[in-house]
Design a protein around this ligand. Sequence first.
Ligand SMILES: C[S@@+](CC[C@H](N)C(=O)[O-])C[C@H]1O[C@@H](n2cnc3c(N)ncnc32)[C@H](O)[C@@H]1O
Length: 227
Amino acid sequence: MTTLFPTPDAATREAMHKAWSRNDLERYLARWAHATVPQLPAGFLAFAHRTCDVGCGFGRFLIEESAKHPDRGYLGIDKGSLRGGKMLTRFEAIGHANLFGIHTNAIPFLAAMPNAVLDVLTLFYPNPWWPSKHRRKRWSYHPLLPKLIALLKPGGTILLTSNEGFYLSEWTYALSHHPEIAGRLTPTYSGEIRARVGRTHFEAKFMAEGTPCGEVVFQKSSGKPLD
Ligand SMILES: C[S@@+](CC[C@H](N)C(=O)[O-])C[C@H]1O[C@@H](n2cnc3c(N)ncnc32)[C@H](O)[C@@H]1O
Protein backbone atom coordinates (compact mmCIF):
# COMPACT_ATOMS: atom_id res chain seq x y z
CA MET A 1 0.00 0.00 0.00
CA THR A 2 1.14 3.59 -0.59
CA THR A 3 1.77 5.79 2.39
CA LEU A 4 0.64 9.36 2.83
CA PHE A 5 3.76 10.11 4.81
CA PRO A 6 6.87 10.86 2.75
CA THR A 7 10.18 9.10 3.27
CA PRO A 8 12.37 11.15 5.63
CA ASP A 9 15.21 13.09 3.99
CA ALA A 10 18.68 11.60 3.64
CA ALA A 11 20.10 13.28 6.76
CA THR A 12 17.21 11.97 8.88
CA ARG A 13 17.53 8.48 7.44
CA GLU A 14 21.24 8.52 8.22
CA ALA A 15 20.53 9.63 11.80
CA MET A 16 17.99 6.82 12.22
CA HIS A 17 20.32 4.12 10.90
CA LYS A 18 23.13 5.47 13.09
CA ALA A 19 20.91 5.36 16.19
CA TRP A 20 19.75 1.80 15.40
CA SER A 21 23.32 0.59 14.88
CA ARG A 22 24.38 2.00 18.25
CA ASN A 23 21.34 0.93 20.26
CA ASP A 24 21.90 -1.62 22.99
CA LEU A 25 18.72 -2.30 24.95
CA GLU A 26 20.44 -4.12 27.83
CA ARG A 27 22.85 -1.23 28.34
CA TYR A 28 19.99 1.27 28.09
CA LEU A 29 17.99 -0.63 30.73
CA ALA A 30 20.87 -0.43 33.24
CA ARG A 31 19.43 2.88 34.48
CA TRP A 32 16.51 0.91 35.95
CA ALA A 33 18.68 -1.83 37.43
CA HIS A 34 17.70 -0.81 40.96
CA ALA A 35 14.17 0.34 40.21
CA THR A 36 11.07 -1.61 41.16
CA VAL A 37 9.36 -2.56 37.93
CA PRO A 38 5.72 -3.60 38.41
CA GLN A 39 4.66 -7.13 37.48
CA LEU A 40 2.48 -7.75 34.46
CA PRO A 41 -1.01 -8.37 35.93
CA ALA A 42 -1.75 -12.10 35.72
CA GLY A 43 -5.40 -11.27 35.07
CA PHE A 44 -4.43 -9.55 31.82
CA LEU A 45 -2.66 -12.66 30.55
CA ALA A 46 -5.77 -14.70 31.37
CA PHE A 47 -7.53 -13.08 28.39
CA ALA A 48 -6.82 -14.68 25.02
CA HIS A 49 -7.03 -11.36 23.13
CA ARG A 50 -4.91 -8.55 24.58
CA THR A 51 -4.48 -4.85 23.81
CA CYS A 52 -1.84 -2.63 25.41
CA ASP A 53 -1.93 1.18 25.13
CA VAL A 54 1.51 2.64 25.82
CA GLY A 55 1.44 6.20 27.20
CA CYS A 56 -2.32 5.82 27.62
CA GLY A 57 -2.80 9.16 29.37
CA PHE A 58 -6.14 9.28 31.16
CA GLY A 59 -7.09 5.94 29.60
CA ARG A 60 -10.12 6.93 27.52
CA PHE A 61 -9.42 4.53 24.65
CA LEU A 62 -9.06 1.54 26.98
CA ILE A 63 -12.13 2.42 29.03
CA GLU A 64 -14.28 2.51 25.90
CA GLU A 65 -12.78 -0.57 24.24
CA SER A 66 -12.94 -2.65 27.43
CA ALA A 67 -16.67 -1.86 27.69
CA LYS A 68 -17.23 -2.90 24.04
CA HIS A 69 -15.27 -6.17 24.34
CA PRO A 70 -15.63 -7.64 27.83
CA ASP A 71 -14.04 -10.90 26.62
CA ARG A 72 -10.75 -9.14 25.75
CA GLY A 73 -8.03 -7.82 28.06
CA TYR A 74 -6.89 -4.17 28.05
CA LEU A 75 -3.74 -2.82 29.69
CA GLY A 76 -2.78 0.84 29.97
CA ILE A 77 0.64 2.14 30.96
CA ASP A 78 1.46 5.74 31.73
CA LYS A 79 4.29 7.20 33.77
CA GLY A 80 2.92 10.73 34.15
CA SER A 81 2.20 11.79 37.71
CA LEU A 82 -1.06 13.49 36.69
CA ARG A 83 -2.22 11.26 33.81
CA GLY A 84 -0.91 7.96 35.17
CA GLY A 85 -2.39 8.60 38.62
CA LYS A 86 -5.74 9.72 37.29
CA MET A 87 -5.87 6.79 34.88
CA LEU A 88 -5.53 4.35 37.79
CA THR A 89 -8.23 6.12 39.81
CA ARG A 90 -10.58 6.07 36.82
CA PHE A 91 -9.93 2.39 36.08
CA GLU A 92 -10.59 1.47 39.71
CA ALA A 93 -13.79 3.51 39.82
CA ILE A 94 -15.06 1.99 36.55
CA GLY A 95 -14.25 -1.53 37.73
CA HIS A 96 -14.18 -3.35 34.37
CA ALA A 97 -12.80 -6.82 35.11
CA ASN A 98 -10.88 -6.79 31.81
CA LEU A 99 -9.19 -3.39 32.34
CA PHE A 100 -5.74 -3.09 33.92
CA GLY A 101 -3.63 -0.01 34.55
CA ILE A 102 0.03 0.36 35.41
CA HIS A 103 1.43 3.69 36.57
CA THR A 104 5.04 3.31 35.62
CA ASN A 105 7.65 3.98 32.96
CA ALA A 106 6.73 1.74 30.04
CA ILE A 107 10.34 1.14 28.98
CA PRO A 108 11.58 -1.27 31.68
CA PHE A 109 8.06 -2.65 32.08
CA LEU A 110 7.68 -3.60 28.40
CA ALA A 111 11.27 -4.79 28.21
CA ALA A 112 10.41 -7.38 30.89
CA MET A 113 7.15 -8.49 29.22
CA PRO A 114 7.22 -11.88 27.46
CA ASN A 115 7.31 -11.80 23.68
CA ALA A 116 4.32 -12.54 21.46
CA VAL A 117 1.61 -11.75 24.02
CA LEU A 118 -0.17 -8.77 22.42
CA ASP A 119 -2.77 -8.71 19.68
CA VAL A 120 -2.83 -4.91 19.55
CA LEU A 121 -0.29 -2.33 20.71
CA THR A 122 -1.32 1.32 20.50
CA LEU A 123 0.75 4.48 20.77
CA PHE A 124 -1.58 7.47 20.63
CA TYR A 125 0.19 10.83 20.24
CA PRO A 126 3.58 10.04 21.79
CA ASN A 127 5.71 13.01 22.78
CA PRO A 128 7.34 14.19 19.49
CA TRP A 129 10.59 15.21 21.21
CA TRP A 130 10.88 18.07 18.68
CA PRO A 131 14.51 19.24 19.10
CA SER A 132 16.77 16.99 17.05
CA LYS A 133 19.09 16.62 20.05
CA HIS A 134 16.22 14.68 21.67
CA ARG A 135 15.21 12.61 18.66
CA ARG A 136 16.70 9.42 20.06
CA LYS A 137 13.85 9.48 22.56
CA ARG A 138 11.30 9.15 19.73
CA TRP A 139 9.97 5.60 19.38
CA SER A 140 11.38 5.35 15.84
CA TYR A 141 14.95 5.73 17.10
CA HIS A 142 14.48 4.03 20.43
CA PRO A 143 16.35 0.94 21.68
CA LEU A 144 12.99 -0.52 22.75
CA LEU A 145 11.56 -0.43 19.22
CA PRO A 146 12.43 -4.05 18.23
CA LYS A 147 10.97 -5.22 21.55
CA LEU A 148 7.69 -3.41 20.82
CA ILE A 149 7.41 -5.54 17.69
CA ALA A 150 8.53 -8.69 19.50
CA LEU A 151 5.64 -8.19 21.95
CA LEU A 152 3.12 -8.66 19.13
CA LYS A 153 1.73 -12.07 18.39
CA PRO A 154 2.03 -13.16 14.76
CA GLY A 155 -0.82 -11.32 13.05
CA GLY A 156 -0.87 -8.67 15.78
CA THR A 157 -1.08 -4.97 14.93
CA ILE A 158 0.71 -1.84 16.07
CA LEU A 159 -1.05 1.51 15.69
CA LEU A 160 0.54 4.93 16.08
CA THR A 161 -1.13 8.31 15.77
CA SER A 162 0.46 11.74 15.73
CA ASN A 163 -0.30 15.35 14.91
CA GLU A 164 3.27 15.65 13.54
CA GLY A 165 3.87 14.58 9.94
CA PHE A 166 7.60 14.11 10.53
CA TYR A 167 6.86 11.66 13.36
CA LEU A 168 4.55 9.58 11.14
CA SER A 169 7.15 9.59 8.33
CA GLU A 170 9.95 8.48 10.65
CA TRP A 171 7.76 5.81 12.20
CA THR A 172 6.74 4.42 8.81
CA TYR A 173 10.37 4.39 7.70
CA ALA A 174 11.52 2.74 10.93
CA LEU A 175 9.00 -0.11 10.77
CA SER A 176 9.98 -0.78 7.16
CA HIS A 177 13.76 -0.40 7.43
CA HIS A 178 14.99 -1.09 10.97
CA PRO A 179 17.36 -4.04 10.50
CA GLU A 180 15.74 -6.09 13.28
CA ILE A 181 12.22 -5.40 11.99
CA ALA A 182 12.38 -4.98 8.22
CA GLY A 183 10.26 -7.55 6.39
CA ARG A 184 8.40 -8.64 9.52
CA LEU A 185 5.55 -6.16 9.23
CA THR A 186 3.06 -5.13 6.57
CA PRO A 187 1.50 -1.66 6.52
CA THR A 188 -2.28 -2.01 6.65
CA TYR A 189 -3.30 1.63 7.09
CA SER A 190 -1.55 4.96 6.55
CA GLY A 191 -3.50 8.18 6.39
CA GLU A 192 -5.69 10.57 8.30
CA ILE A 193 -7.03 9.32 11.60
CA ARG A 194 -10.06 7.13 11.11
CA ALA A 195 -11.87 8.27 14.25
CA ARG A 196 -14.94 10.50 14.12
CA VAL A 197 -14.87 11.04 17.88
CA GLY A 198 -11.60 11.43 19.79
CA ARG A 199 -10.44 8.03 21.00
CA THR A 200 -8.09 9.65 23.50
CA HIS A 201 -7.87 12.90 25.41
CA PHE A 202 -5.26 14.31 23.02
CA GLU A 203 -7.14 13.16 19.95
CA ALA A 204 -10.32 14.89 21.17
CA LYS A 205 -8.32 18.06 21.81
CA PHE A 206 -6.72 17.99 18.34
CA MET A 207 -10.09 17.34 16.68
CA ALA A 208 -11.69 20.24 18.56
CA GLU A 209 -8.85 22.54 17.45
CA GLY A 210 -9.01 21.30 13.85
CA THR A 211 -5.41 20.03 14.01
CA PRO A 212 -4.87 17.39 11.30
CA CYS A 213 -3.67 14.07 12.70
CA GLY A 214 -2.40 10.92 11.04
CA GLU A 215 -2.53 7.22 11.82
CA VAL A 216 -0.29 4.35 10.78
CA VAL A 217 -1.07 0.67 11.35
CA PHE A 218 1.31 -2.22 10.67
CA GLN A 219 0.57 -5.92 11.04
CA LYS A 220 3.13 -8.51 12.08
CA SER A 221 3.54 -11.40 9.68
CA SER A 222 1.35 -14.27 10.71
CA GLY A 223 3.78 -17.00 9.69
CA LYS A 224 6.09 -18.62 12.19
CA PRO A 225 6.94 -16.42 15.22
CA LEU A 226 9.97 -14.34 14.34
CA ASP A 227 11.28 -13.71 17.84
C1 LIG B 1 1.05 13.44 24.55
S1 LIG B 1 0.51 12.42 25.83
C2 LIG B 1 -0.70 11.38 25.03
C3 LIG B 1 -1.58 10.68 26.02
C4 LIG B 1 -2.65 9.78 25.40
N1 LIG B 1 -2.05 8.72 24.61
C5 LIG B 1 -3.62 10.56 24.57
O1 LIG B 1 -3.61 10.42 23.34
O2 LIG B 1 -4.40 11.31 25.16
C6 LIG B 1 1.87 11.31 26.01
C7 LIG B 1 1.72 10.42 27.23
O3 LIG B 1 2.76 9.46 27.20
C8 LIG B 1 3.20 9.26 28.52
N2 LIG B 1 4.55 8.71 28.42
C9 LIG B 1 5.61 9.25 27.77
N3 LIG B 1 6.69 8.44 27.89
C10 LIG B 1 6.30 7.39 28.64
C11 LIG B 1 6.95 6.23 29.12
N4 LIG B 1 8.24 6.00 28.85
N5 LIG B 1 6.25 5.38 29.87
C12 LIG B 1 4.94 5.59 30.15
N6 LIG B 1 4.26 6.67 29.74
C13 LIG B 1 4.93 7.55 28.98
C14 LIG B 1 3.12 10.63 29.17
O4 LIG B 1 3.06 10.55 30.58
C15 LIG B 1 1.84 11.17 28.55
O5 LIG B 1 0.71 10.87 29.33
